[in-house]
Design a protein around this ligand. Structure first.
Ligand code: HEC
Ligand code: HEC
Length: 262
């Protein structure tokens, strides 16, 4: 782990040096970064909560039993803590039944969060997470105000329409530049290795690497690159916090699909 931290420190040092030696835009860059900084951090933290909130909420414990809304459906047969993840009911692409989870083993028939996020403001979105529309959708017992606020900021400001950047049939990114992605993915190498195989997210028998996930679930991949990975050690950087646009994240997806799957 020490080696990894040292290597990532080098990456950040290199990035910092690059920024510091840009002669003309010095102060402009810094104020831009600061402006994007605080908001983007809240959005990215909300994205991590959306993924697996109990890894992020201080002092939270893994939920026991099924979520109270889970019994409204029978098609997704998973049980226990997974049923409490926002993503399990609403999808990695935020589209629920209208997106990638509209079919397959994750299908619940539950709506996405995309429409609500377009139509409602942060206060209303936060209220929904406190059960304003449905008492069984009250997360205020397991989350603090700050967590709910970060989730509302994520919904309000952090969602992208993945149907515009991923072909759902072929699972390939649309209009991506894999070679630009390879350069950007220099950021990933310290932790994941140039071939994406340094960290195994699966098991010894059924390994899962960057290349595996990028090809199997591009929607999940994009969400993780943009927001980070909840509870990862060392913490994975968030593309949203780094100020990347969606095109850059999609380019990294395109490059990652060329990496070995096993
Ligand atoms: C067990 C499944 C389940 C989980 C987990 C869940 N939701 Fe929901 N959510 C629903 C259902 C079902 C609805 C439909 C409206 C209702 O009955 O509340 C909904 C509605 C919503 C809406 C409003 C959608 C609209 O169009 O009005 C938002 C926003 C939302 N959820 C966000 C979240 C977030 C953020 C989390 C994680 C903290 C989360 N949900 C966790 C099932 C779930
Ligand atoms: C500072 C180290 C670090 C950097 C840099 C980093 N990651 Fe990660 N990443 C991690 C860790 C740690 C995990 C969690 C691994 C686990 O749970 O087994 C992770 C998890 C992931 C996952 C989720 C895998 C899963 O299925 O749960 C994806 C996707 C991912 N990283 C992609 C990337 C990409 C793409 C980049 C570059 C843009 C990147 N990461 C940069 C450390 C890093």
């Amino acid at each position: 782990m020490k080696k990894v931290m040292f290597a990532s420190a080098l990456v950040f040092l290199a990035a910092w040096l690059t920024l510091s030696f840009q002669p003309d835009y010095g102060s402009g860059l810094i104020s831009l970064a600061a402006a994007a900084g605080s908001d983007a951090k809240s959005v990215a933290r909300g994205g991590l909560l959306y993924d697996k909130w109990w890894k992020v909420v201080p002092g939270a414990t893994t939920p026991k039993g099924d979520h109270p809304l889970w019994s409204l459906q029978t098609t997704n047969t998973r049980k226990g803590d997974t049923t409490w993840r926002c993503k399990e009911c609403h999808g990695w692409d935020y589209q629920g039944k209208d997106g990638a989870y509209g079919s397959g083993s994750h299908r619940t028939g539950f709506p996405g969060v995309w429409d609500a996020a377009q139509k409602k403001g942060v206060e209303q979105l936060a209220a929904i997470l406190r059960g304003s529309a449905n008492k069984k959708h009250d997360f205020s017992k397991v989350m603090r105000d700050q967590d709910i606020a970060d989730l509302a900021n994520f919904l309000n400001d952090g969602l992208v329409d993945m149907t515009k950047v991923i072909d759902y049939t072929t699972k390939k990114p649309i209009g991506a530049d894999a070679s630009r992605g390879k350069t950007l993915a220099g950021l990933c190498v310290a932790c994941h290795g140039a071939d994406g195989k340094k960290l195994n997210f699966g098991s010894e028998e059924k390994p899962e690497f960057l290349g595996t996930l990028a090809n199997k679930n591009p929607q999940e991949f994009l969400h993780k690159v943009r927001m980070g990975h909840p509870g990862s050690d060392p913490p994975m950087p968030s593309a949203v916090v780094l100020g990347w646009d969606i095109k850059q994240a999609v380019d990294v997806l395109a490059h990652s699909q060329t990496l070995p799957k096993k």
